[in-house]
Ligand binder design. Sequence first.
Ligand code: PRP
Ligand code: URA
Length: 209
Amino acid sequence: MSQLHLVDHPLITHKLSIMRNKKTGSKDFRELLNEIAMLMGYEITRDLPLEDVTIETPITKMKAKMLSGRKLALVPILRAGLGMVDGILNLVPVAKVGHIGLYRDPETHKPVEYYCKFPTDIEERMVILLDPMLATGGSAVDALTLIKRRGCKNIKFMCLVAAPEGVKAVMEAHPDVDIYTAALDERLNEHDYIVPGLGDAGDRIFGTL
Ligand code: PRP
Ligand code: URA
């Protein structure tokens, strides 16, 4: 069964509160999103495997531990997930990046796929799916299905704000995928927006309000 990890370090919670404020503009919103992604990236990469490597310090030879093999692929869901990529690349600059384009149909609120491109060796990597908002869960569920179809086995999902409805949907459809979120909010409203949430993440990042 998958687990929900609430990554509510005070620095993260503080930055998220600034993002939630409707007076915060796109520039600050983008910067804060990347900062939080980096801080959460520290937690989500906690179990990356290490291997012994022999090195020489100025004093002596030693067996040091370094990250092993092909490691990480990041997959942002377009558009809003793009806002989390650079933060994690600051931590793991050699990670490869795939993209999944999905938008929620304004009438049905169901995700519609418009783009999908993955690194060729993605199935050998731990995959972190990125999207700041987990609302109904439709987008995350479909994106995870696309990633699994490519043969990926080790997948985690990182978001910023989750609604209980979305958490339930992802856990039911993908019980092998752990969810990392900075906040678990109250509910969805009649338009399937998260309450209290932070509004439309894509619009706030790209200034398309
Ligand atoms: C938002 C958000 C998620 C999705 C979450 O994207 O970034 O991808 O909605 O909603 P769900 O859990 O109900 O599927 P949106 O469709 O607004 O597209 P955008 O990022 O291009 O603005
Ligand atoms: N997508 C967003 O960007 N925000 C929400 O609250 C729900 C879906």
